[in-house]
Design a protein around this ligand. Sequence first.
Ligand SMILES: C[S@@+](CC[C@H](N)C(=O)[O-])C[C@H]1O[C@@H](n2cnc3c(N)ncnc32)[C@H](O)[C@@H]1O
Length: 256
Amino acid sequence: MNTANHNIIVNSQFNPMAQAYLTSAVHANGADLDQMAGLVGGRPEAIALDMGCGGGHVAFRLAPLLKKVVAYDLSAAMLAVVAEEARRRGLANIVPQQGAVESLPYPPASFDVVVSRYSAHHWQTISAGLGQMRRAVKPGGLAIFMDVISPGIPLLDTWLQGLELLRDPSHVRNASLAEWCGLLGTAGFAVSSVTKFRLRLAFAPWVERMKTPESHIAAIRSLQQRAGSDVTDYFAIEDDGSFTVDTVLIAAAANS
Ligand SMILES: C[S@@+](CC[C@H](N)C(=O)[O-])C[C@H]1O[C@@H](n2cnc3c(N)ncnc32)[C@H](O)[C@@H]1O
């Protein structure tokens, strides 16, 4: 399969909405960002990669702790927003770089730290992106992965992926925690810690951020209204369509 085709859809979804991802409360905040900063600590000589940086929230958080952060994304518009915001914050050590996660333009072992947050569920082949991250990080280096995860139960999994796809055609798949651990092991990472969070998605900004068409909004609301109690309880579906998902932060070391 040709990843370029899917990546055109990713670009068409994210390019027009770059500013919205800078200001999105879901992306700009989160206890996971504090945890990432704690895991990284102060490493004034270290270079990090923020894979699928979007509006740059990982890069902004980690840059004061590190020598340099490469903010890497497919979307030129996202990178323009990151560059402007980095200038505004006086973070001169953030280097925007455009490209696809499937083809990182760096020699092996270029980075001390690699991070990806809320991006992997858009990658057509998650194993390809993880393989590139493993190649780019030094043996023993720190890797941090954060994303929305599937509950791993078929009924709930189908509902989650269905709502996500209706909202955004660049959605590929929220992997379950078990899938993440398997993929990371295969890619050459040893998981050292796993922290789960619950994330409430307010419905109006969730669809606004992706410019979801009215017909798809109606389909999502219709599905939500017809869901059984297993689904409504698990995702805490509210009257206005807001709902709550699981996220995970996985810390890992690159195998030597
Ligand atoms: C939800 S945003 C990321 C949010 C950001 N990491 C944060 O913490 O706020 C997802 C980003 O992944 C990028 N992306 C998706 N697929 C990609 C790919 N195959 N290669 C590079 N970037 C990709 C998109 O362009 C988008 O900017």
